[in-house]
Write a protein that binds this ligand. Sequence first.
Ligand code: KG4
Ligand code: ZN
Length: 356
Amino acid sequence: MSPGATDECRQERPRGTVPVRILGIESSCDECSAAVVEDGRRILSNVVLSQVEFHKPYYGVVPEIASRKHIEWILPVAEDGLAQAGMRAEEVDAIAVTFRPGLIGSLLVGLSFAKGLAWALGKPLIGVDHMLAHLYAPHLEREIAYPYLGVLVSGGHTIIARVERHDQIEVLGTTIDDACGEAFDKVAKHYAMGFPGGVAIDMLARSGDPRAYHFPKPWLHKGQALYDVSYSGLKTAVIHQSDQFWNKTSAKSLENIAASFQKAAVDILVDRALAAAEDSGLRRIVAGGGVAANSYLRARLGAEQGLEVIFPSLALCTDNAAMVAGFAYHELVAGRVSDYSLNAEARVPMFKRKYP
Ligand code: KG4
Ligand code: ZN
């Protein structure tokens, strides 16, 4: 770990120095968001406009609809973000923007907007990785010392990592097929439970019996990938073979399918995360990403004895620009800014393991 990394996010601004305020822009998927964050900690505004109603009929995010909505919304959302912070664009110290990973068309809207704004204002541009920003989200709410075990669960990623610093992670485990949130979304779509799938399943599961179905869990031990997870087998079992796993003493109902699937999906993740915590000696776990809003995951990990488990508040689990602006503060302070050749990237190779 680099010297001083542990205290990096605890820094209070020394008396007499001026605050650093960063405008963050987030458009990697279906949330259009702008936020102003001061000194990497104080959220002055965090405007999040969700496109859920436009994607709901399709039970999934339609990439073209997403980018077209971002084009319509990005300017008013940014204006709102500045207005709610009581600032004019000229007053911000830098423009931060998510440039990867995500839907390429959606990313390009935010990135192009941020580049234009930074150029017009003569302010630094800071490209931010969306998953690292998710990991930073709980740092906006409390002091968290490094290192820790990061558990990043979103619609596109499932990552278990040793986190040394806001921008320095070692991926210990990832999914070898579907992401955890993707499995929630696909199960929900198949059973027409609602959209976003994770939210719908979480709600239905509250009145379901998690023992109604005994869905199978994968057992992976491939070389060094001890902490990898897999969701495609579970997804297939829930969608195509649920009767085979039905415990005949309970009713066949959507609530019971939701509760049993949710339990299996979360248990797969928690099992690997706890193994990684044990083996690495890291006794602090920090979760992030949309699936970190899941009530069963929060309860399960939160009940672990001997571990400090930190979740962001629900509003900071899903996509938002405050986490982007907060993360960018540490980049700016370290003198790491982007140039105008910065381009959008749909994927980050180290976030997914490639199996032949
Ligand atoms: O981080 P996020 O907002 O967007 C991405 O970066 O992908 O995560 C979205 C994912 C979706 O798969 C959604 O179904 C899932 O997070 N999600 C949940 C819950 N809320 C959102 N999954 C499980 N339980 C929830 N309560
Ligand atoms: Zn996300």
